[in-house]
Design a protein around this ligand. Structure first.
Ligand SMILES: [Zn+2]
Length: 694
């Protein structure tokens, strides 16, 4: 996997699903209650007053949306993901709570203590911000901007939040057998560079609120209001300068823009005023001669800033990132102020999640493969894996058939595509070998210490990959995660145990609903191997063109059609002085392509499966044909409500479209939908012209 580029996921980014998915239990600190399972096919969710041929999402989800407001501790509530994630988290919580009270094994003691340290808010209050003293003192002692490299290295070595860039080890994009050092831009606090740069009243207001927030946090840390306001302005100056030097998310998606191999010497010449030599020593990476630099211009600009920004600005900036990076682990006053801006103002969340949810997610992030071992024993029966193997095989066959019958692709390229497909690997459920956490010291009375040691432990683990053979069995998500991903360098599709349950995957339901649920999920991940980004990699995971020039041109015409189509979809409405915001069709292109491909090939796999069982797609259950149940099952995965703020933020940062367009965007590109619902050609969901890539 590449260290800075996000894996191609079903939802959100890899590894963050547990952290960010919403919750259903009562907010505040009410005791946890077990969420009930979500039905795979829900007649009561359907809005029969809506016309499926005009707005299928409204038809399949309308009643659900009306009767499922966003819980107060959430910014988004998705019928499938959120409810399953809440259930998984609850089951994980039971395990953690029991381990914290009465651990039976050394592993239980380790994660039980980690969870308990997070839950001990009395101790957190007692300690105040003293756990940050060493880092803050270190920053206060900085006397020369040329020592910033060393300082950031030393902060990183202790696990204190440091900023400015991402550094890690990943597969060389052009030689996937090699694991090399990789470095990329970073250092911003707001969700995207647009928040710093777009010139309109909406973003101007957010910038003002952000500076106020930084001021308040500095005040809480002990500064006078005047001093705090000055520092906040300096933080903003540096972050705006970094934002200007940053590549856009859309450009970052294209691996051709980010593949730059530098010798260490040449890289150091890009930013001579930042002592990378010392930084690399501080983070204890083994010696290396060359590295992949995703964003050379950013590092050039960073170098200019080191010389041009005053020393005090740098100190304020670094100090801010230490406080900001630990804000949710600090006493309530810091936590609340952090929530007020990042939760309420930016995302529209009414209340923070109860502590047990936060601590469960935090433990899953830090010790995922430790807690996951016990979790899968309880929650993932071996029979589930066998059924998944069968479904994946059915989808692989359907994608092969799809490739062979594509009207626009030459035989030569079809052959290459089939070769790539034949080389797909799939991983289902959980790792064959579990990571050892023996080297991670956990102390029951030291929340921030645990978080810092965990961050060092994770980096050591990551950097230790340098120069070693690639381990195909490693996972990028923890077992209870409700998500899935495709990794272009590995050319593998990955389905954690967390997603392999209703409403995605249900032993007891008719095949149409299963293919509309987990079938489309599998098809989605497979199509990622052939979207605008994934298609640049061959079957061995190397960035190499395998399409003929004519086919690449035809491919790009088709992806352009989808990019334009989705750019026409509104993500958030205009109101007051806030302009309407449309989706960014280029940012979401890979995901939209995967959604469209997934819907088509899962349908083909369903037809095959029904034919093999001697059943017809027109057979009715509950008044709906199997074809209709397939599309409704698919749509009901995506029923959702989200705050307007969340919608706006995601339109800039999320590579996935919101549920409404994941449903209406795909069905209107697939004629089988219009036929299944008896629509008339030229109705919105059955248009005369539509887009198709795969
Ligand atoms: Zn995806």
């Amino acid at each position: 996997m590449n260290c800075f580029r996000l894996a191609l996921t079903l939802l959100l980014a890899a590894g963050t699903a547990m952290a960010q998915t919403p919750a259903s239990a009562p907010a505040g600190n009410a005791s946890p209650t077990r969420p009930s399972a979500t039905k795979s096919f829900d007649l009561s969710a359907i809005d029969k007053t809506a016309d499926p041929c005009t707005d299928f999402y409204q038809y399949a989800c309308g009643n659900w949306m009306k009767s499922n407001p966003i819980p107060s501790d959430q910014t988004r509530w998705v019928r499938s993901f959120s409810t399953v994630a809440e259930r998984n988290r609850y089951l994980l919580w039971q395990e953690l709570d029991a381990a914290a009270k009465d651990p039976k094994t050394p592993l239980e003691k380790q994660y039980g203590d980690f969870y308990a340290a997070c839950m001990n808010t009395d101790l957190v209050e007692q300690k105040g911000i003293t756990p940050l003293d060493p880092a803050l003192k270190h920053i206060a002692d900085l006397s020369d901007p040329h020592q910033i490299g060393q300082l950031i290295g030393e902060l990183a070595a202790t696990g204190a939040p440091s900023s400015l860039f991402y550094f890690g080890v990943g597969q060389d994009d052009k030689d996937s057998t090699k694991q090399i050092a990789q470095i990329a831009q970073g250092g911003l606090s707001l969700p995207d560079r647009d928040y710093y740069l777009v010139d309109n009243p909406h973003f101007a207001e957010i910038r003002k609120q952000y500076v106020d927030h930084v001021t308040k946090m500095f005040t809480l840390a002990g500064d006078t209001p005047d001093q705090a306001a000055k520092e906040a302005a300096m933080v903003m100056d540096i972050e705006i300068a970094l934002a200007k030097a940053s590549m856009s998310r859309t450009d970052l998606r294209n691996p051709d823009n980010t593949y730059h191999i530098f010798t260490v010497d040449d890289f150091e010449k890009l930013a001579p005023d930042f002592d990378f030599g010392v930084y690399f020593k501080d983070v204890r990476i083994r010696h290396f001669d060359s590295l992949e630099v995703a964003t050379p211009d950013f590092f050039k600009a960073l170098n200019g800033l080191i010389a041009s920004m005053p020393l005090n600005s740098w100190k304020s900036y670094l100090r801010w990132h230490v406080i900001h990076g630990t804000a949710s682990d600090l006493p309530k006053a810091f936590f609340d102020e952090n929530f007020a801006f990042f939760g309420k103002t930016l995302a529209g969340q009414k209340e923070p999640q109860p502590r047990w949810k936060q601590c469960t997610s935090m433990t899953d992030r830090a010790l995922g493969e430790a807690v996951g071992q016990d979790w899968v024993k309880q929650n993932f029966p071996p029979a589930a894996k066998a059924s998944m193997d069968k479904l994946v095989a059915a989808l692989e066959k359907a994608l092969g058939d799809d490739i062979r019958t594509l009207p626009w692709m030459s035989d030569e390229t079809k052959k290459a595509a089939e070769e790539k497909l034949a080389m797909f690997r799939n991983k289902i459920g959980y790792p064959e070998h579990w990571r050892s956490y023996a080297a991670l010291r956990v102390e029951r009375g030291d929340l921030i210490g645990n978080v810092e040691r965990s961050s060092v432990f994770e980096r050591d683990w990551d950097l230790d990959h340098l120069g070693k053979p690639v381990d195909e069995k490693e996972w990028g998500m923890t077992p209870p995660t409700v998500n899935a991903y495709y990794d272009p360098s590995m050319n593998d599709i990955n389905f954690p145990a967390g997603i392999l349950q209703p409403p995605f995957f249900d032993f007891k339901i008719d095949p149409a609903v299963n293919f509309g649920g987990i079938g489309v999920v599998i098809g989605h991940e497979m199509t990622h191997g052939f979207d605008d980004q994934g298609s640049k990699y061959d079957g061995k995971g190397n960035l190499r063109e395998w399409q003929t020039a004519d086919d690449r041109k035809a491919f790009t015409e088709r992806t352009d059609c989808e990019a334009n189509e989705y750019s026409g979809f509104e993500a958030a409405p205009a109101h007051d002085n806030v302009p309407a915001q449309n989706l960014n069709g280029k940012l979401t292109l890979g995901e939209n392509t995967a959604d469209n491909g997934g819907l088509r090939i899962a349908y083909m796999a369903l037809l095959d499966t029904l034919a093999a069982e001697g059943k017809s797609i027109d057979e009715k259950i509950d008044g709906y044909t199997e074809a209709q149940r397939y599309f409704i099952g698919f749509a009901q995965v995506w029923c959702q409500n989200q705050t307007e703020q969340e919608g706006r933020q995601r339109a800039l940062t999320d590579q996935h479209s919101p549920g409404h367009w994941r449903v209406d965007g795909t069905v209107q590109n697939f004629d089988e939908f219009g036929k299944a619902f008896g629509c008339t050609k030229s109705q919105p969901m059955y248009p005369v012209k539509s887009c198709r890539v795969w």
